[in-house]
Design a protein around this ligand. Structure first.
Ligand code: F6R
Length: 603
């Protein structure tokens, strides 16, 4: 979703600073970009539809030394991508950028039109600029104006604001949209995320909801929603400049897949897998009779893998819900229900809304989150971090893998607490887990055969099949393929296809089937034969070498067999690489697929 950067400080090439900042936020997804900066006591605004390179083209001959500027990448919500709808928006003496949605903008717009305002864009954002300008005519104190305007806005917003009569300050406010303040002794920043400012500082402050911040060259003042001055803790980001670069890889997505083995090892060691120290970070999972897992997209699919594991090993009924549905449906809780939220960004609007709903009911909550200090991490009862580092490719890979890994650790420890694992089983699982990072590392270094991706790249439709946990894993494989290669693909429970959808199978259509579960081999092989006899090209991903030679199999990828609790952690990288190479063959924009945003901060 929209990306924000703002700067106030010593004089420097502010256009470069803003554009480079925006480039490092490209992963959030956008369709237009713009900047505003102070030059000769005037605010200049430059905007361009499309990629940041179009904005660069418009600014390439400008060399401006300035103390103040704001920049924005827009992911269209109100009004199509166009120059007029791009930010910054300027009304009267106010220039601003916005991430979020103002739900009541129409009524505010009508009020301002009655007051004589006219608007150039279809956006909700321009209305906020108008509102600030309207109150600026009646009152000069910016804190009072901002406080007044915030109280009138419904929805979510992170705003960066410049007032024409106060070029010594940059103003920022946030409610339910991410915004950080970067700080040094002679430069201060606002940004949607750390990579935008990491070149200048790793020191930052997180704003609480409805905080107002006033930034000057040397200091940052923060006021809470009652306008009391507050000290928000200064944090140090672990993100390094190197982490924000993709070299030596061609794409961030590949870089992030290749990091998976190291991150898995780090996760096991940080949490002390198999030791009592892991349990100290958790609620007593053995007391729950029901678990709800609530998330969106890939995080929800990770939850589905978790469901199969939790039910099988820890004997707890577990249901998985799409966050955008969960909050509007009837849910059944007891005091023995735990709700687990999963989110890479910790800022997904639908997941946040569900968390708030569940907390209001007094139900226990736990979250698996990657981004430190994100809204979900701050509001949930207990949080387990993924420690994946920054994930820049829009399509998640390493965070998904670590979500599944962390879920398997939760399951193992719950089963242990419930006395469900014999000593022999415990030992087997532990051994398997300890050797897993090494096996994954070898698998990643070996890569996958391109042949399968070549087949997929020529198709227009693809099916993924699996049963049980393999079905859950196949959902993620199918999503990865659709989002980055734009191929239509569907994941199906292998036994369900024949109840209607099999009519879609045509000559040469690729069907990717996952078989890891010993108990389901015969059944799933029969399903492969069913599609084969209707013309499908069968690609099998399996741990059982001996079934690769079955006559229904056209192409097989075999993966080392490990304990079933962690087996999907070796299948998923194969699916990720399959999607990656297919998208590469098709020449797609792998790190920033069309229409997608990394952090979905609108409902
Ligand atoms: C797919 C993908 C999305 C996210 C979903 C939830 O590759 O990245 O489906 O998984 O938007 O995002 P988070 O995990 O940030 O809540």
């Amino acid at each position: 979703m929209c990306g924000i950067i703002g700067y106030i400080g010593k004089k420097q090439n502010v256009i470069d600073l803003l554009i480079n900042g925006l480039k490092s936020l490209e992963y959030r997804g956008y369709d237009s970009a713009g900047i505003a900066y102070l030059e000769q006591n005037e605010i200049k605004v430059i905007k361009a539809q499309g990629k940041i390179s179009s904005l660069e083209e418009k600014t390439k001959n400008l060399n401006v030394l300035s103390t103040l500027g704001i920049g924005h990448t827009r992911w269209a919500t109100h009004g199509k991508p166009s120059n007029e709808n791009s930010h910054p928006h300027r009304v009267g003496r106010v220039t601003l950028i916005h991430n979020g949605i103002i739900e009541n903008y129409q009524e505010l717009k009508e009020m301002l039109i009655k007051e004589g305002y006219t608007f150039q864009s279809q956006t909700d954002t321009e209305v906020v600029a108008g509102l600030l300008d309207f109150y600026l005519k009646q009152e000069n104190d910016k804190l009072t104006i901002l406080h007044q305007v915030i109280s009138m806005l419904k929805g979510s917003f992170a705003l960066g604001i410049i007032f024409d009569d106060d070029f010594n300050h940059l103003y920022a406010v946030r409610k339910d949209s991410p915004l950080i303040l970067g700080t040094t002794s002679n430069m201060n920043f606002i940004a949607s995320d750390i990579p935008a400012i990491i070149k200048y500082t790793n020191q930052y402050i997180l704003l609480e909801n409805k905080d107002i911040a006033i930034l000057s060259e040397e200091k940052i003042q923060v006021f809470d929603e009652n306008l009391n001055p507050v000290n928000r803790e200064k944090l140090t980001s672990p993100v390094s400049i190197e982490e924000a670069k993709k070299a030596p890889y061609e794409h961030f997505m590949l870089k992030e897949i290749m990091e998976e083995a190291t991150l898995l090892e780090k996760l096991y060691s940080l949490y002390g897998f198999g030791t009592p120290s892991f349990l100290e970070k958790l609620p007593d999972l053995s007391k729950y009779e029901k678990i709800h897992i609530v998330a969106c997209g890939s995080a929800m699919y990770a939850g589905l893998v978790g469901k199969y594991m939790m039910e099988e090993y820890a004997d707890i009924e577990t249901n998985v819900y799409v966050a955008s549905e969960y909050r509007y449906q009837k849910n059944f809780y007891s005091n023995k229900t735990l709700v687990i939220f999963i989110s890479q960004s910790g800022e997904t609007a639908d997941t946040i809304a569900c968390l708030r709903l569940v907390k209001q009911l007094g139900i226990d909550t736990l979250a698996l989150v990657n981004v430190y200090g994100s809204t979900i991490a701050r509001e949930v009862d207990k949080v387990l971090y993924l420690y994946a580092g920054v994930e820049i490719a829009v399509a998640t890979t390493k965070a998904y893998l670590l979500q599944v890994a962390l879920l398997s650790m939760l399951v193992y420890h719950t089963a242990l607490a419930k006395d469900l694992l014999s000593e022999e089983e415990q030992e087997k699982i532990k051994m398997s887990i300890l050797e897993l990072p090494k096996i994954l590392d070898e698998l990643l270094k070996k890569g996958i055969t391109y042949e399968a991706s070549q087949i997929l790249s020529k198709a227009s439709d693809v099916f993924f099949l699996g049963r049980g946990i393999d079905y859950a894993t196949s959902l993620e494989g199918s999503l990865k393929l659709k989002e980055i290669s734009y191929l239509h693909s569907e994941a199906y429970q292998a036994g369900e296809l024949k109840h209607g959808t099999i009519s879609l199978i045509e000559q040469g259509m690729p069907v990717v089937t996952i078989i890891t579960d010993e108990r389901l081999i015969d059944k799933t092989l029969s399903n492969m034969k069913e599609v084969k006899s209707r013309g499908a090209y069968n690609i099998l991903i399996t741990t059982k070498d001996w079934i690769s030679s079955d006559d229904s199999v056209d192409l097989a990828i075999t993966v080392k067999e490990v304990n079933p609790l962690v087996q999907s952690l070796l299948i998923v990288p194969i699916l990720q690489l399959l999607a990656y190479h297919t998208a590469k063959i098709k020449g797609c924009d792998i790190d920033q697929p069309r229409n997608l945003a990394k952090s979905v901060t609108v409902e």
